[in-house]
Design a protein around this ligand. Structure first.
Ligand code: ZN
Ligand code: ZN
Length: 627
């Protein structure tokens, strides 16, 4: 940076004046590339304007709106300007504030002050922008003080920059103060900045009120509010607002909003919502970008439509590793282990490098398909061939793989040899495997340890009690149950979701709240009779040991997914699958029940449970009873 420079005081350009009014510059687009700027520069030189202050200042203005001009270049232009004026200096500030180190803008401003260069109202929004990019409250407050001292605090652009600055510094009270101070000095940008501030601060209710009050709204407003809901965990409201926007007849969409609502639909497993968003994307001809394509693949996969996910995947103009990861993990979660591995081979053939997430998908695929040797090979190749250190999730997949295959000693050896401390999930996976394969003694040791490590987690007590029951140690079963209730653990309530005619229906076990509750229970009775005629008997082993048998049958009868299935039979038209999302794992009996319904009543049922998909058809499940 050059030292003290003496500068004159020419009048600032008007904000509305064309930015590049000189002939070679006037041909430039609004956001010129470096090579376009270099061409214009060469043209200016050939016209003998290389030392014209006006020409070089405007060239600098072009750099300021270019995506990423190299600092050495715009500095060299600035240095060619004899007696740079405030216009030239503001443009250099702008270049610096957008660069890698926005603090350089502040350093340059300091130089301007030392050398007595005047400032104008265009100086401060740029400086405040620099403070916002690398949020620093003390620096921002100093710039605010300068703006005040020079009388620019009533400028709309300065105020908007202040609102953004304070919310970037998480100083939301100050931000709101600036917003409230001068109500006549606000525009849509001020409202949007304040709305974003409240969303950032997690004040979703305040943001909601503000959104309702806004005199006008644009694409930023809508996307801020929709993304605000989703990021703050209110997924349904985010999707609702998106629908409201579309119904209002004005579709304000950008990539970020679309990706957000697709991910909300994916998380909730809402196919109707996801399909609706896809139709909007097609209707407005929104380009299928990599991020959007990946979000669609993920949504369809998580909503149980792996064929639609594949369809989007193969129609994407370009696919990066994220898109491949979504597809590989999606196929794996549907239990199509071999297909996932084939896809992985294609991925490698295309010359792409797998990431840690790719291996989660691959190892999951091996585990779901019981491919033990392949799993071992891929796990070893992670570090050896690709330099990726296995993380907890990868170990989890391996323990699951060995556990399912009954290779309990190998799973134990893997856990004991880990360089990081195994977490409780890993031990719980092994405990589940011990129960499944009758490794009672080891299971009891692990179960006791887990209860010490996580005394509030009811799943450990249930598994340990089941192991004691397997060993016929009834006194110990009672003891574990007593311990469980004395420590006040409570089972996570199971729920199931079903989408019907654009509405969401959520059921919990034994639910009587649904408006068609009595019809639903009637339906359950009818199904029960039909299944009994076909020879189905409820398996009561998965209900707590100390409940009387009759009651057990009753409790199983009203597991949330049965209510959802009964309702699905009432409302989903014949020939279309009944799609259900469940938060917990399906119990053995509900699994059997769903298979029977698919056979006896001839309906396809797709259940996404806590960890995988079950496609029930003609009395069989895609998981081959292995979950
Ligand atoms: Zn169940
Ligand atoms: Zn299944």
């Amino acid at each position: 940076m050059r030292p003290a420079i003496s500068l004159r005081h020419p009048p600032p350009i008007s904000r509305n004046a064309p930015l590049f009014s000189l002939p070679p510059l006037s041909l430039l687009p609004p956001s010129p590339s470096l090579s376009q700027i270099l061409q214009s520069h060469a043209h200016l030189v050939s016209l003998g304007l290389s030392s014209s202050r006006s020409a070089m200042s405007h060239l600098l203005a072009a750099c300021a709106v270019s995506p990423s001009p190299p600092p050495s270049y715009f500095h060299s232009i600035y240095l060619q300007i004899q007696l740079p004026n405030v216009f030239a200096s503001n443009n250099l500030l702008r270049c610096l504030s957008k660069g890698e180190n926005p603090n350089q803008a502040l350093a340059f401003y300091k130089n301007m002050r030392i050398s007595g260069v005047p400032t104008n109202k265009f100086t401060f929004p740029v400086l405040l922008h620099a403070c916002t990019r690398d949020p620093s409250l003390p620096q921002g407050t100093q710039v605010h003080a300068h703006a005040f001292k020079f009388g620019f605090c009533e400028d709309l652009y300065v105020r908007n920059a202040l609102i953004s600055l304070y919310s970037a510094c998480r100083s939301f009270g100050k931000s709101r103060q600036v917003f409230d101070e001068l109500p006549e000095c606000r525009d849509l940008v001020s409202w949007n900045a304040m709305l974003a501030g409240h969303v950032r601060n997690g004040q979703i209710d305040v943001a909601e009120n503000m959104f309702d009050e806004m005199p006008e709204r644009d694409v930023i407003t809508w996307s801020t509010m929709i993304m605000g809901y989703v990021q703050n965990g209110v997924l349904e409201k985010g999707l609702d607002l998106f629908g409201q926007m579309v119904r209002s007849g004005r579709v304000f969409v950008n990539e970020a909003t679309l990706v957000t609502v697709l991910s909300a639909s994916a998380q909730l497993g809402l196919l109707e919502h996801g399909t609706f968003i896809h139709s909007i994307i097609k209707n407005v001809n929104f380009p299928l970008t990599m991020a959007l394509g990946t979000a669609l693949v993920d949504m369809y996969a998580k909503c149980g439509c792996i064929d639609l996910a594949q369809n989007v995947f193969y129609h994407m103009p370009k696919r990066d590793v994220f898109a491949w990861n979504a597809m590989i993990c999606g196929i794996a979660s549907h239990g199509q282990g071999k297909e996932a591995l084939e896809l992985f081979q294609q991925f490698i053939n295309e010359g792409l490098n797998p990431t840690a997430v790719t291996f989660v998908g691959i190892l999951n695929a091996c585990s779901r398909a019981g491919l033990v040797d392949e799993g071992r090979r891929f796990f070893n190749s992670m570090a050896n061939e690709y330099g990726i250190e296995p993380e907890m999730e990868h170990y989890g997949c391996m323990v699951d793989l060995f556990g399912r295959a009954g290779l309990i000693p190998e799973a134990l050896e893997l856990i004991q040899g880990m360089s990081v401390k195994p977490d409780c999930v890993l031990w719980a996976t092994l405990l589940g495997a011990c129960k499944m394969h009758g490794f009672v003694e080891l299971g009891i040791i692990i179960g006791k340890n887990l209860i010490k490590l996580e005394p509030g987690h009811d799943g450990h007590y249930v598994l340990l009690a089941a192991l004691y029951a397997k060993a016929r140690k009834w006194e110990d079963v009672t003891e574990v149950r007593r311990l469980m209730s004395s420590r006040g653990t409570s089972k996570v309530a199971g729920w199931s979701l079903i989408e019907a005619n654009g509405e969401l229906h959520k059921f919990i076990a034994g639910d009587l709240d649904h408006k068609e509750s009595s019809k639903i229970y009637k339906m359950i009775e009818i199904i029960g009779k039909k299944l009994a005629e076909a020879g189905y008997l409820p398996d009561v082993s998965s209900v707590l040991h100390d409940i009387e048998d009759e009651e057990k049958i009753y409790v199983i009868n009203v597991h949330s997914e049965r209510l959802a299935i009964a309702y699905g039979l009432m409302v989903v038209e014949q020939g279309r699958p009944i799609r259900i999302v469940k938060n917990l794992r399906v119990c053995v009996d509900c699994h059997e029940f769903s298979k029977m319904v698919s056979k006896v009543l001839g309906r396809e049922i797709i259940v996404r449970d806590g960890s995988r998909f079950h496609h029930f058809k003609d009395g069989f499940c895609s998981c081959v009873d292995y979950w």
